[in-house]
Write a protein that binds this ligand. Sequence first.
Ligand code: AKG
Length: 308
Amino acid sequence: MTTNQVLTQDQVNQYHHLGFVVVQGLLADTLLKGAQDNMTADHPSAERYFADPDEFPLYSRTQFSLKRFPFNALEVNRLLIAESILAAAKQLLGSQDIRLNKGEFWAKYAGAIDYDQAFHRDFGNHTLLVPRQDQHYKELSIFIYLSDVDEQSGPTAVLPRSLTDSIAFGETRLPDNLSFKAGDEECLAIGPAGSVLFYSYDVFHRGTQLTGVGKARMAVLGDYRCSEATWISRQGWPEAGLQQAMIEFLVSATPQQRALFDIPLPGHPYWNEQTLNDMGIRYKAMDLEPYRERLESTEAVFMGSVED
Ligand SMILES: O=C(O)CCC(=O)C(=O)O
């Protein structure tokens, strides 16, 4: 196992053959705790919500009570670029060059609203194309649980691929004439806080009701794709470019992490004296040295070849 292979072969096989896998122990405790300590910047804690649900009418207006990336706390934003999460995403997508398509922080509270969903495949509003039936050009979705998710906390329900891969990959909904009862076959993606659910955008799944009194489900969701699959998208990052949270996030990220957002890596021909100087004006606190170093070495090689 190389250092980049954070998932076991069994976990990778489960993801490919069953369609999903829930992994525990992937996220460092300090990252989890940092995010949990700061998650109330976007959503009330369960305690606060249940003390007076009327104070938070959003959660009874829509089941999609989610905040889009960037979130208010850097500690929560950073979950989606955590080294182990990215390593797992690369492993499952079979690519070292990946992009983040979406970030959502979703809080659900028992009794706030009906969270039950019909089974669906996600690709319908993630691409204008259809998924390939093999493992190429897939989108990977992840849910990072910030709270314990048991049977009563609205776990995502997933149908095994063996039952559904014969359904045409142009369909996003289950057909009526099924040979099995979907409710009997669904697997619940449960796990303690810190667990990560991985599934592909062509796997049938659904959101479920929070049935336990006083239960809340706090989850950070991310979608990833390989760089070539430009037709898969969910959220346009430039739209968030003026938000202070986005600026702070990008400034604090490494060049490799910024590349997830389509910011060219050091050495890319986009970078020159002008773009570097102007990026320094736009992002005052960003360390642009890694980009500058590669620029200088490219120029040095070029000058050397002229002199030769
Ligand atoms: O929240 C969940 O468990 C699943 C949500 C979902 O599948 C969706 O909204 O498309």
